[in-house]
Design a protein around this ligand. Structure first.
Ligand code: HEM
Length: 203
């Protein structure tokens, strides 16, 4: 294989893994919101929704690693390893690559805190997990601004589909009937049987 074909392979792999990462991040945001709602999905009980959410985020991290390694090794992009984690320092499209680096930093924070959830406690974990809502738009802006394919029709439709999915599920997230009834009861912070009594009209 010539060095030119290796460079081309790195570039294609870098772009392809970026697209897959964005698709997986979209899925992860959606599944995270469904997990929070306490609801099931067709064919998936509650525990499975949360398990698929976790597995999809680990898969997204794997594709992100491929994306970053291949594009950093690709001489065309002129990226240094530090550009992947320190935002806005890259010589190549500093703003757009910087947004990608910010998303990566947030992804690392979310992954590490989720793996350490038992140790750090639910409250700290949950506060940090709110960052997921910033991660997705940063990743989307990065994809629009730095991608070679951003103006191709298939990519435009792909990004529109991801945006519609996230905006739709966010609309549901802020709606009054978002929580499953059991979680609404849990949200009263009373022990479940006592809270149930109260919602049924007991004292
Ligand atoms: C959550 C984090 C990230 C996601 C979801 C993501 C996703 C994407 C997507 C979808 C593209 C467009 C690919 C195409 O046009 O076919 C792209 C391009 C690119 N990304 Fe990322 N990316 C992320 C983080 C990063 C980081 C940290 C770096 C820095 C090393 C980086 C470097 C690049 C470069 C150089 C391009 C342009 C590739 C080209 O078209 O020539 N990305 N990214």
């Amino acid at each position: 294989m010539t060095s030119r074909s290796v460079d081309a392979a790195l570039w294609y792999l870098g772009r392809g893994s970026g697209v897959v990462s964005l698709a997986l991040l979209t899925l992860v945001v959606g599944l995270g919101i469904v997990t929070r709602s306490g609801r099931t999905l067709p064919g998936l009980p509650r525990f499975a929704v949360s398990a698929v959410h976790r597995s999809a985020s680990l898969l997204a991290v794997t594709f992100l690693v491929v994306h970053i390694v291949t594009l950093t090794l690709d001489p065309q992009s002129q990226l240094r390893w530090l550009d992947a984690v320190i935002p806005f320092g890259s010589h190549f499209k500093p703003l757009w690559i910087g947004l990608g680096a910010l998303s990566l930093d947030l992804m690392i924070a979310l992954t590490v805190t989720s793996l350490l959830r038992q140790r750090i406690g639910r409250r700290v974990w949950r506060t940090i997990h709110w960052a997921a809502y910033a991660l997705w738009p940063f990743a989307m802006l990065h994809s629009i601004g730095s991608g070679t394919d951003a103006r191709r029709m298939w990519m435009v439709w792909f990004m529109v589909a991801c945006a519609v999915a996230v905006i739709g599920i966010l609309g549901w997230r802020v709606s009054p009937d978002f929580l499953d009834d059991r979680d609404r009861v849990a949200g009263t912070k009373l022990p479940a049987p006592r809270a149930l009594e109260m919602t049924r009209g007991g004292r």
